[in-house]
Design a protein around this ligand. Sequence first.
Ligand code: 5GP
Length: 116
Amino acid sequence: MSYNPDNVFAKILRGDLPCFKIYEDDHSLAFMDIMPQATGHALVIPKYAAVTLADLPLAYAQPVLAAVQKVMAAQQQVLAAKGVVLMQLNGTEAGQTVPHLHFHLIPAHLSTLKAH
Ligand code: 5GP
Protein backbone atom coordinates (compact mmCIF):
# COMPACT_ATOMS: atom_id res chain seq x y z
CA MET A 1 0.00 0.00 0.00
CA SER A 2 1.38 3.41 -0.90
CA TYR A 3 1.63 5.99 1.86
CA ASN A 4 -1.32 8.39 2.15
CA PRO A 5 -0.14 11.70 3.67
CA ASP A 6 -3.74 12.53 4.63
CA ASN A 7 -3.88 9.86 7.37
CA VAL A 8 -4.51 11.14 10.90
CA PHE A 9 -1.04 10.35 12.23
CA ALA A 10 0.59 12.23 9.33
CA LYS A 11 -1.65 15.18 10.27
CA ILE A 12 -0.55 14.88 13.91
CA LEU A 13 3.10 14.82 12.82
CA ARG A 14 2.57 17.98 10.75
CA GLY A 15 0.77 19.66 13.63
CA ASP A 16 -2.48 19.81 11.65
CA LEU A 17 -4.26 17.75 14.33
CA PRO A 18 -3.70 17.98 18.10
CA CYS A 19 -2.44 15.15 20.27
CA PHE A 20 -1.53 14.57 23.91
CA LYS A 21 2.21 14.36 23.33
CA ILE A 22 4.28 12.41 25.85
CA TYR A 23 7.63 12.04 24.06
CA GLU A 24 9.35 13.33 20.94
CA ASP A 25 12.79 13.12 19.39
CA ASP A 26 14.25 13.47 15.89
CA HIS A 27 12.85 10.11 14.76
CA SER A 28 9.70 9.42 16.76
CA LEU A 29 6.63 10.90 18.36
CA ALA A 30 4.65 9.33 21.23
CA PHE A 31 1.17 10.40 22.31
CA MET A 32 -1.86 9.07 24.13
CA ASP A 33 -4.36 6.95 22.19
CA ILE A 34 -7.66 8.80 21.70
CA MET A 35 -9.64 5.61 22.47
CA PRO A 36 -7.47 3.86 25.07
CA GLN A 37 -7.85 0.12 25.61
CA ALA A 38 -6.50 0.68 29.13
CA THR A 39 -5.45 3.66 31.22
CA GLY A 40 -2.17 5.00 29.88
CA HIS A 41 -2.52 3.46 26.40
CA ALA A 42 0.15 5.22 24.32
CA LEU A 43 1.19 5.15 20.69
CA VAL A 44 4.70 5.52 19.29
CA ILE A 45 5.06 6.46 15.63
CA PRO A 46 8.10 7.04 13.45
CA LYS A 47 8.60 10.39 11.71
CA TYR A 48 8.98 8.38 8.54
CA ALA A 49 6.30 7.74 5.94
CA ALA A 50 5.85 4.01 6.60
CA VAL A 51 2.50 2.22 6.45
CA THR A 52 3.68 -1.03 8.01
CA LEU A 53 6.79 -2.31 9.76
CA ALA A 54 8.03 -3.69 6.44
CA ASP A 55 8.23 -0.13 5.09
CA LEU A 56 10.54 1.13 7.86
CA PRO A 57 14.25 1.12 6.93
CA LEU A 58 16.27 -0.73 9.56
CA ALA A 59 18.27 2.43 10.22
CA TYR A 60 15.05 4.02 11.53
CA ALA A 61 13.96 0.92 13.44
CA GLN A 62 16.59 1.30 16.14
CA PRO A 63 15.73 4.88 17.20
CA VAL A 64 12.01 4.13 17.03
CA LEU A 65 12.44 1.07 19.25
CA ALA A 66 14.50 3.22 21.62
CA ALA A 67 11.47 5.54 21.88
CA VAL A 68 9.24 2.52 22.55
CA GLN A 69 11.58 1.51 25.38
CA LYS A 70 11.50 5.03 26.88
CA VAL A 71 7.71 5.24 26.84
CA MET A 72 7.45 1.72 28.28
CA ALA A 73 9.82 2.65 31.10
CA ALA A 74 7.71 5.76 31.83
CA GLN A 75 4.54 3.66 31.97
CA GLN A 76 6.21 1.34 34.44
CA GLN A 77 7.65 4.15 36.57
CA VAL A 78 4.92 6.80 36.41
CA LEU A 79 1.85 4.58 36.13
CA ALA A 80 3.32 1.69 38.12
CA ALA A 81 2.34 -0.66 35.30
CA LYS A 82 3.58 -4.12 36.18
CA GLY A 83 3.54 -5.10 32.51
CA VAL A 84 3.08 -3.49 29.13
CA VAL A 85 1.45 -5.08 26.08
CA LEU A 86 3.25 -4.06 22.87
CA MET A 87 0.96 -4.38 19.83
CA GLN A 88 1.60 -3.47 16.24
CA LEU A 89 -0.84 -4.28 13.43
CA ASN A 90 0.23 -4.56 9.80
CA GLY A 91 -2.46 -4.17 7.14
CA THR A 92 -6.22 -3.71 7.22
CA GLU A 93 -6.68 -7.48 7.29
CA ALA A 94 -4.74 -7.50 10.56
CA GLY A 95 -6.97 -4.76 11.98
CA GLN A 96 -4.78 -1.75 11.22
CA THR A 97 -7.05 1.28 10.93
CA VAL A 98 -4.52 4.12 10.62
CA PRO A 99 -2.14 3.61 7.67
CA HIS A 100 0.94 5.04 9.37
CA LEU A 101 3.16 2.60 11.27
CA HIS A 102 2.45 2.71 15.00
CA PHE A 103 3.21 0.76 18.12
CA HIS A 104 0.55 0.41 20.82
CA LEU A 105 1.88 0.37 24.39
CA ILE A 106 -0.89 -0.79 26.69
CA PRO A 107 -0.12 -0.87 30.42
CA ALA A 108 -1.24 -3.97 32.27
CA HIS A 109 -2.10 -4.58 35.89
CA LEU A 110 -3.00 -0.97 36.62
CA SER A 111 -5.92 -2.34 38.65
CA THR A 112 -3.44 -3.01 41.45
CA LEU A 113 -3.14 0.80 41.78
CA LYS A 114 -6.83 1.11 42.62
CA ALA A 115 -6.60 -1.54 45.33
CA HIS A 116 -4.04 0.43 47.31
P1 5GP B 1 -4.76 0.43 14.77
O1 5GP B 1 -6.09 -0.25 14.84
O2 5GP B 1 -4.55 1.08 13.42
O3 5GP B 1 -3.63 -0.47 15.18
O4 5GP B 1 -4.80 1.56 15.86
C1 5GP B 1 -5.06 2.90 15.59
C2 5GP B 1 -5.18 3.58 16.93
O5 5GP B 1 -5.16 4.97 16.71
C3 5GP B 1 -6.50 3.27 17.67
O6 5GP B 1 -6.18 2.74 18.95
C4 5GP B 1 -7.19 4.62 17.76
O7 5GP B 1 -7.87 4.80 18.97
C5 5GP B 1 -6.05 5.59 17.58
N1 5GP B 1 -6.43 6.84 16.94
C6 5GP B 1 -7.16 6.99 15.81
N2 5GP B 1 -7.28 8.29 15.50
C7 5GP B 1 -6.61 8.98 16.47
C8 5GP B 1 -6.38 10.37 16.68
O8 5GP B 1 -6.81 11.26 15.93
N3 5GP B 1 -5.64 10.69 17.78
C9 5GP B 1 -5.14 9.75 18.62
N4 5GP B 1 -4.43 10.18 19.66
N5 5GP B 1 -5.33 8.44 18.44
C10 5GP B 1 -6.06 8.06 17.37
